[in-house]
Each structure stands twice: as structure tokens, then as C-alpha cells.
Design a protein around this ligand. Sequence first.
Ligand code: AMP
Ligand code: MG
Length: 467
Amino acid sequence: MLNNWNFENSYLELPDIFYSKTKAENFPKLELILKNKDLMDTLNINHENFDNLLLDTIYNKQLNSFSQAYAGHQFGHFTILGDGRATLLGEHINNNKERFDIQLKGSGKTPYSRNGDGKGTLKSMLREYIVSESMHNLNIKTTRPLAILDTGEKIQRETYEEGGILVRVAKSHIRVGTFQLASLSKKQNDIEELFNYTIKRLHPEILKEEDKYLKFFEKITENQINLIVNWQRVGFIHGVMNTDNMSLSGETIDYGPCAFLDEYNPNKVFSSIDKNGRYAFNNQPKIALWNLARLAETFLHLIDSDENTAIKKIENILEKYESKYNYLWLEMMKSKIGINQNHEKDKDLIKELLDLMQIFKLDYTNTFIALNNNDLKKYDFMQEWISKFNMRKKINKSGSENKFVNPNIIPRNHIVENILNECKVGNYQKLNSFISLIKKPYNSDIPKEFSKEPSNEEKVYETFCGT
Ligand code: AMP
Ligand code: MG
């Protein structure tokens, strides 16, 4: 176990268009209110000394901390951005030589804050803590929460609210938007340097290969397909899949107005700002593909000096996206309903189930649990489908069931809201119980209060950035 960070800041070796040196603001009274011991173990950081270590690091004026610059398409519109409320303390290297960005989110103004205050509400930071830790334990790649600090000050939103800081850990924070920023630079070298840095950091195994740029893009594409298939598996709606919120590490990043489906509706949108349904549940695979095309545009000249040849090579990869996605999605859905082997009607069988779920407004998560427990037969409208399903199961080979597909617990909006409201009045007991439950989401002994779908009164129809 380490008693101190093992920081290196390789990112600062990039050209200075990619960052600005920043420090956390002075907060009157920082208090550590939540910490993630599992993640400390991954980082090989000692539990005992952690509170002091973190506070000392934040107050350390000598630290080489910085905020990253990037651009991005926000709801399709291109903008220059950057970490408007985050400062990266350092890249921690654990005992296995793995590198992790340790970042403060909500730590005050930076050169990229535009009109914002650089802060975050304690409530929204706690929400990101819960949802991202849940995603991690659902076996979905994501940035992770290491700790939450109460900043001891009130910040202005619709009303005055408690301020908070999330200590966020990521494999890297390089986004599609980082490449978009680089491509605007007049210096040819900037994008090449960023590219080589990113390969070295995320896929060093291909660094020496001749067509490393193309190989890298192929890997990024594969990682995105896997990520989105997993989001669809658990009914996760990111809500703001802007290119600045798509990480090249393949991790889910920036939990804003995200939410999990309760009743199944493929067109579901929670985010109050997503008026046209751009980031609806079923649009997520298409949007990831759109974002990948924006990424590819930034480095065509590195793929081939002839633009048409470069475009062909990229198109080859992007054309495979749809078939790969569809294949993995089908395999994932088959495992959700507990069938294996192949049958030509599998896709139709799944589609029929999803249609029934949509028409009869069944809960996405609990329907698969009910199906596996043979509890769907209570519905008259399911009878025909169940007969077909039982026939299909006859060609199953036994012994290959996957226990880690259908979660018994997800962070449903109404439950998380309820927990966060309790925290507001100083009661953290529910939060702690919930966090220990989401660490084992495939366990079947989840108390009903945390696994049941919302009643009509409890349903959350809209989520807000709530920053
Ligand atoms: P998001 O879509 O939440 O990832 O945020 C989009 C951009 O707005 C990012 O560049 C953020 O850093 C920035 N931003 C979000 N909230 C604030 C805030 N309170 N103050 C300054 N910048 C912010
Ligand atoms: Mg963002």
C-alpha cells in the first residue's frame, strides 16, 4: 500500500494548447463525506491516511495541476470548450504500473469556465458518485468516484444549494473533443502529438505498428460498440452524448441528466434539454457512430496522404460498426432472456418481447428478472410469447448461463432522488446502504424498497443537468 500519490503528469508534455495550469479554489471548509475504499485498493492507496492525503493534495500550492482544453459538438453544434469546473491533480501510477487520472470536479473557475461558476452542487456530485459506482459494478466501463467533499459553501442555482466536489478517477480524460480541438490548430504537429500520446497511453501495444493510426481507430470503435451494448443491456440513457462527453478510453464519462429506464420505451428521453430526442435510448448506437465519424475527420491526413483513400479506409471500419453492433446486441439480448445456440428466429423473438414490454409498459429491469424466475406467466398478454419461448429453449445447451447479465438493482431515479433528499437533511444512512447494495448488483437478495419499479406518483419523467 502506498502512503502517497505516485504522480506523473505526462499530459503536460503535450503542446500547451491542450491545457491550462489551474488550482482548486480556496474553499472555506472542505469536508470529506464519502470515500471509496474499493477504489483506494485498486489505486494501492492506504485507507488510514487517505483523508489527510487528499486534503493536503488539494491545498498544495506546488502541485502541477491543470485543466484540459477541448472542443465538442453539443447537440450537433460545434463549440470550443474545456474543463470549466475540473482540475486534474495528477496521473497516479499504481503498483501494477497502471495510470489513473485523479481529477477534482466542481473545484472552481478555470480559463474554460465561460459564464459558469466552476462549481457543482453536492447533490449532483453525490448522484454521479452513486451512478458511476453502480455502472462499474454492473461491469460497464466508466470513470469512477473516489470521494466526495462538501465545500462548506452555498452556491447559486435555482435556489442556494450546498456545494460539492467529486474526486473522479479515469483511465484518461481524452475525449473525441480533444482531437477536434487539435484539428483546429494551425500546427500540423499538434494532432500528431496528441495522437501518439493517446496511443501510448491507451493502446501502447500498437505503437510500433505501421498502420497504427487506423488500428487505433479500429480499437476505439470496438470499445464504443462494447460500451453502448452494455448501456442497452442495463437500460442506461446517458442523456448528453456530445463529442466532448465521449472518452477515448471507452469509459462512460460525465454523468449529467443520465437515467435508467423504468418502463421500457425505446424512444425514452429523460433530459429536459434534449427536446428533439437526439440522445434517446435507441439512438445511442447511432450517435456513437456519428461521434466516431467526427473523430475520424480530425486525422484523415494521418491515415493516408490521399484524402479519398483515407476516407475509404475509415468507411471500411465504420461500415462494420453496424453489423458488429447488431451481432453483439443480439448475443447480449439472448443472454438476457437465457437462450444460447443460434436460431434464425431469435431476433424476432426478442423483438416481440420488447414490443410487448413497450405496449404494456413493463419495467425493463424487472421483466428480465421475472422471465428468469418464470413469473411472466401471470400476464395474459404474455402467454403466446411464453409458448414460443419455451419451444425455443429446447435447443439450448445447458451450463452456459451468464449470471452477470440481468441486474437485480440499478440506481433508479426516484430511489436516488429519495436518498439524496435524505442526505440533504444530514442522513447518510440510506446512501451508505444503497452503495453497499449496488456493489453487488447481481445478488438476488435485494430489499424490495430498492429494487421495485416506481409507482405512478414516484415516476421521474425528466432529468436536469442539475449542475
Ligand atoms: P457537460 O455537458 O456537463 O459535460 O458540460 C459541458 C461543458 O460545460 C464542460 O466544458 C464543462 O466543464 C462546463 N461546465 C459545466 N458546469 C459548469 C460550471 N458550473 N461552471 C463552469 N463550467 C461548467
Ligand atoms: Mg462534459
